[in-house]
Design a protein around this ligand. Sequence first.
Ligand SMILES: [Zn+2]
Ligand SMILES: [Zn+2]
Length: 253
Amino acid sequence: MLSACMLSACAPHWRAVSVQIAQRIFLDNLEHDNLVEETVEQVYCLGCSKFLADRFIEGVCPLCNYEDARGDQCDKCGKLLNATELLSPKCKANKEHMVEKRTSQHMFLNLPKLEPALREWISASSTTGKWTENSIGITDGWLRSGLKPRCITRDLKWGTPVPMERFKDKVFYVWFDAPIGYISITANYTSQWEQWWMDPKHVQLYQFMGKDNIPFHTVIFPASLIGTGKDWTLLHHVSTTEYVRLPHARAYA
Ligand SMILES: [Zn+2]
Ligand SMILES: [Zn+2]
């Protein structure tokens, strides 16, 4: 994932820039009342003595009953998941470990509040930017199933710190700040980065990815930028591939 590989190998300067931009986007959303705080259940592993990150949990998809669904998404039906929704959740590090649900306070991006502006942008951008068919289909499916507030913080030690005193031991969910990495890597390259990222009239953003990444780039990332109230350069064209299913693996085509 973008932020993971970039942050782990990066220079301290890049990390400082990245943290600063992600925290600013978070605080702008907070100031515009586009974040809500909720109590959530999480999966805690008694064997590992910690809350488990989504990718370290596996279980059965509640929608299609696929047995190897990940804690954040089902690779069979494409549904984005909260790990606590998985049936029979297991610790991926050791499937014999006992896991249980525990509660914690978290911040959510208020997608229902942002939905009118998001729908207007999706309608315009998907047409003028000629999004690929599967991008439009998967994004429409997301809108039709109803947008819910999306949790953007986690109880983990590694990551971008949440800039609130009460949340000082929490970090951003990787899919909140991973796409912000597109912006901060530009900022690391040039102090003139706003000429690219805050000039939607003159800059067109093209993105390329496998189809499992579509909703993060057509719904969550644009919503988190719209929610700042600032004039960000948003996605213009998205080119998204299908999967090739092989007997024991998966590849993008
Ligand atoms: Zn464990
Ligand atoms: Zn599924």
